[in-house]
Design a protein around this ligand. Structure first.
Ligand code: GAL
Length: 670
């Protein structure tokens, strides 16, 4: 690849042919080199069961070919056509309350229904045979955002088979699920249903097992399509677009092994300045899932619905966000969608070409981004060795951790996995350091500090992995409600957190969540909320004690040294500004340095991307005063040397090719 990919979902089937010609002209102006076609086009492609009509898609492909534009070809299986519902009503998904959904929207399929799976395989095969060797095919975009959960009879049968494979015997399942409680003991696999609406609380182990089953089942559906593509002789890379950040139905660490390219859709749900931290979080997470270069498959060009209204995105923010992803290894910046639809369910979702047309501030921004990506294209070549971004710090990410905290009736309803992980990542982002996410058991050889945010359930292997990390000199920071249960959500008794008592050198005999409006102080001045624990020291030292409340004088933050490594425990929730300070002090203590001195304090975000041609410093200015950045290199955006300093205006960006490794940079007011 010699260019960063730029473009988005292209749905010309919504428009008359004369618009297609204008599209090609506008794509040329904007520097678009890649589109994704066919994402939801099943009804057009296969108007009646088994009868394909791809004439229109041939024309789309030919139009793109003439314009020199590459394409990802989607399989349309996220949106079965109306005839499919009529022919296979049993293949519609069922909600936990028994409601069977029907077409009229999208994503309406029962993932385990044999008729659905067969139809999906057929249409994938048809597309692969017809277009699988096209020279402009950049890759396969299988399905779209896997995530429809079905609780119906097909899921039930598949879940039972999956449970049988996983647990082997009903005795093992009954034991793991603690079915002795509330007379849930199963005597026949056929009695186990997906978790459906029931009188009172469901069994958490049952709930989490079903989440894992769903991830595996969707993965099986994905790999079946991939097999069809390969069987048809297409060797193009195969991906499916993961989704961030509001729900998580997939275990990405398992999925990534099946993907030739990890790609992601990231629609910011965070208004205001914190959205920039959110971009960094999404990009760091996806890069880590990928283990190298990856692709931002979708983002919004401007407005999307947030809460009760359309939230507008300024063009300069759209550019900064796009570079935030590219800085962290994305192979380009793609959008949903090229042209804002004039009708249909997402009429008010922005496009690269807005309803107003090309004569608009927004399209000017799209053209400006295209020019910019062209100027920095050399960053796309991956480094000969080593990661795209070098990080000394890691955060544990685990889908099981997310699913555990979505089980009902935990000690506090405010526990939310993504919120916990994001708070930690935000503090690291504000400190200006690069961050990796790691899987349980992942490679920590380059990470001096590892954070484990609220990971309720933990298996033996993970405990051993963490213990080895500390023994080898790593610095581990564990947040509350971590390692309390085994992998079947069963509390390890004898004092919390049963899995990690020895490693942390503490024993907790009481969990004491706080009232909603309650805040306490710690002896080091930190402010905490939501949660406290009565901690006894069994080898750790207190770093801070509770200064007020029922636990005044008792340890709140502890640290156990083990050789040259340490294991720190936060028994409470530090509010964000206290967490920021705690993290910044910890990083300084372990000599983890920000990319730019002062971190994000100035408003200037800095990310270093490694590439074949050297290192590239991405500077994204989120602040409101011009800043001068000085260091050895050349700003590819303006073509100027940075040795004597360049001024980056508020909202502006620079991408500097650095003169050699280890360059020192300074940021000053301009
Ligand atoms: C994505 C989806 C797109 C579009 C977009 C709107 O999740 O893949 O098709 O619906 O959301 O934000």
């Amino acid at each position: 690849m010699t260019a960063l990919l730029y473009g988005g979902d292209y749905n010309p089937e919504q428009w008359p042919r004369e618009v297609w010609a204008e599209d090609m002209e506008l794509m040329r102006r904007a520097g678009v080199n890649t589109v994704t076609i066919g994402v939801f086009s099943w009804a057009l492609l296969e108007p009646r069961e088994g009868e394909y009509d791809a004439g229109w898609l041939d024309d789309v492909v030919a139009t793109l070919d003439d314009a020199g534009i590459g394409f990802f070809l989607a399989t349309p299986t996220a949106s079965p056509p109306p005839w499919f519902t009529r022919a296979h009503p049993d293949a519609m998904p069922v909600r936990p309350d028994g409601t069977r959904l029907t077409h009229g929207s999208r994503d309406t399929y029962a993932i385990s229904a044999p008729a659905y799976r067969a139809a999906a395989r057929r249409v994938a095969r048809f597309l692969a045979e017809r277009y699988g060797r096209h020279p402009r095919l950049r890759g396969w975009h299988v399905h779209n955002e896997y995530g429809t959960v079905d609780h119906g009879p097909h899921a039930e049968a598949a879940f039972q088979r999956w449970l049988h494979d996983r647990y082997g015997t009903l005795d093992a399942l009954n034991d793991a699920w603690t079915t002795a409680f509330w007379s849930q003991r199963y005597d026949d696999w056929a009695d186990i249903t997906p978790p459906r609406v029931t009188q009172y609380l469901p069994n958490p182990a049952h709930v989490v097992a079903f989440r894992r089953f769903c991830s595996d089942e969707m993965l099986a559906a994905f790999t079946e399509q991939k097999e069809q593509i390969r069987a048809a002789g297409s060797t193009a890379p195969v991906t499916t677009n993961f989704m961030l950040p509001t729900w998580n139905h997939l275990d990405q660490w398992v999925w990534r092994d099946e993907l030739d390219l990890v790609s992601v859709d990231h629609y910011l749900d965070t208004p205001g300045p914190d959205g920039e931290a959110h971009v960094a979080y999404g990009a760091d997470l996806t890069r880590s899932w990928a283990g190298g270069p990856w692709l931002l498959m979708e983002q919004s060009a401007s407005g999307i619905r947030e809460g009760s209204r359309l939230a507008f995105k300024e063009p300069d923010r759209m550019i900064r966000s796009s570079l935030g992803y590219v800085a962290r290894g994305s192979q380009g910046a793609l959008f949903f969608q090229w042209r804002a639809s004039a009708g249909g369910a997402e009429t008010w979702h922005s496009g690269m070409v807005p309803h107003a047309g090309p004569d608009s501030r927004q399209f000017d921004g799209v053209v400006a981004l295209g020019e910019l990506l062209d100027r920095i294209a050399e960053v796309v070549e991956p480094p000969a060795e080593g990661p795209v971004v070098e990080a000394d710090v890691a955060v544990l990410w685990d889908a099981h951790g997310w699913w555990s905290l979505e089980t009902p009736h935990l000690p506090h309803d405010g526990l939310d996995y993504a919120t916990e992980v994001r708070a930690t990542h935000r503090a690291l982002w504000r400190a200006g350091v690069a961050v990796d996410f790691v899987a349980p058991g992942g490679d920590l050889s380059r990470h001096r500090v590892l954070f484990v945010p609220s990971q309720l359930a933990m298996d033996d292997a993970t405990v051993e992995w963490l213990t080895r990390y500390v023994a080898d000199g790593g610095h581990l920071v564990v947040s509350r409600f971590t390692g309390v249960a085994d992998e079947h959500e069963r509390v390890v008794t004898g004092g919390y957190p049963g899995r990690l008592r020895d490693l942390l050198g503490i024993r907790v005999d009481e969990l004491r969540p706080l009232a909603d409006d309650e805040r306490l102080r710690l002896s080091d001045g930190s402010v905490v909320d939501q949660w406290t624990e009565r901690v006894h020291l069994t080898g750790a030292d207190p770093l801070a004690t509770y200064a007020d409340g029922d636990l005044a004088g008792l340890p709140a933050i502890t640290r156990r040294a083990s050789g040259s490594g340490t294991a720190t425990y936060l028994s409470t929730r530090l509010v964000q500004h206290s967490l920021d300070r705690f993290v910044a002090d910890l990083l300084a203590a372990h000599d983890v340095r920000p990319v730019l001195p002062g971190g994000l304090g100035t408003g200037m975000e800095a990310v270093r991307r490694r590439a074949a041609g050297g290192t590239y410093l991405f500077l994204l200015h989120h602040g409101d005063r011009p800043l001068r950045v000085t260091g050895p290199g050349v700003d590819l955006v303006t073509g100027t040397s940075t040795a004597a300093g360049i001024v980056v205006p508020p909202g502006g960006v620079a991408v500097v090719r650095e003169d050699g490794p280890g360059a020192e940079w300074a940021v000053t007011a301009s």
